[in-house]
Design a protein around this ligand. Sequence first.
Ligand code: FES
Length: 321
Amino acid sequence: MRRVSAVQEDVVTLRVAAKEVASDGVVVLTLRHPDGARLPDWAPGAHVDLILPTGAVRQYSLCGDRFDAFRYRVGVLREPDGRGGSAYVHDVLAVGDTVGVGGPRNHFPLVPSERYLFVAGGIGITPLLPMVRQADALDADWTLVYGGRTRASMAFLDELAAHGDRVHLVPEDECGRIDLPRWLADPQPDVAVYCCGPGPLLDAVERACAHWRPHALRTERFVAKEQGAPVRDEPFEVELARTGRSVTVTPGRTVLEAVRSVGVDVLSSCRQGTCGTCETDVLEGLPDHRDSILDDADRAANDCMFVCVSRSRTDRLVLDL
Ligand code: FES
């Protein structure tokens, strides 16, 4: 989780209606409009930007009831090594306080499937919780494998208890880590796999699903994936097809910064290639994808890029801006 100075076009001010401890290290906020107004619709996998009174902006998955039009619910893990956003939520933010909320946006949507395997690590349970509810409501055949450091650190166990043996809890101090080969060694042609959690779990699940069909696995990262050096270290040209402008992107400058410097605004939030806000269509040229969102098949299509982090493999890119 991170501090950014976001460009927000869709921010509403909401009031903290409830703040509850969900497990060791996790508090759950319920947010409502101060006037009791309806909130924008969302679907499982969506996140919002929480804009704290300190100015810090953090992204959190919505983990409440998508059919409750008046309340958003987010789970916030205390991050001892973070830059203070989660500590503020845990230690200072109180019921009755207001926060800015941007979004919701969804780059982790639940695709239709008859069977799902959900793999959650720690706070990664938050986007998967509404998916589990939706899969259950649709009578899909689903399984949730949910790992955490200890049982006491794992949020929402009471809500998940209602689902019986569809839910496999894996507290590490009791059972070790999630046995990925057990769940992923044999590719299942009709199973959609969803995973959210810490980077090492996501990396391991990606490796374990490498021999599954394209798009079988969908992941959401809260922290950017480690990227190597950019493909090229020379400047490249970005042409903005709709506005008819061009700009040179030099090493050390992002496409987002370059585009903004010629007066073209692009919505952004995380600026580290995890939230999906700055997604831009590519009309010509080959992007050097450096985000943590697209899978290999999406990257190969080369028809969109996340301009806060991705660059160019070619001398010129034409963007739909
Ligand atoms: S601003 Fe979040 S992916 Fe670019």
